[in-house]
Design a binder for this molecule. Sequence first.
Ligand SMILES: [Zn+2]
Length: 88
Amino acid sequence: MNIETPLSPPDKVTCEKVTSFIMEYVNQDLPPEVMQVFDRHIQKCDDCVAFLSTYRQTVTAVSALTYDDIPPDLQARALDVIRRKAGG
Ligand SMILES: [Zn+2]
């Protein structure tokens, strides 16, 4: 539902990005400016709210999700993109 364009404002975070960083988001492991961008998206996105809720329940129930789910290379690249967007 989110379509990115070259002129996307800094707060245009896609559901895909939120999903990719859900663990860091829940653990508050993201830079403050990225947390802020994610917060803004999640406040407007029912899909991500539902996903976040499901994720929290899963973590609470299983408590065994590993960082390996997200390749470090992808983490670094996506975070770099988000940082640049957040910084304008
Ligand atoms: Zn979303």
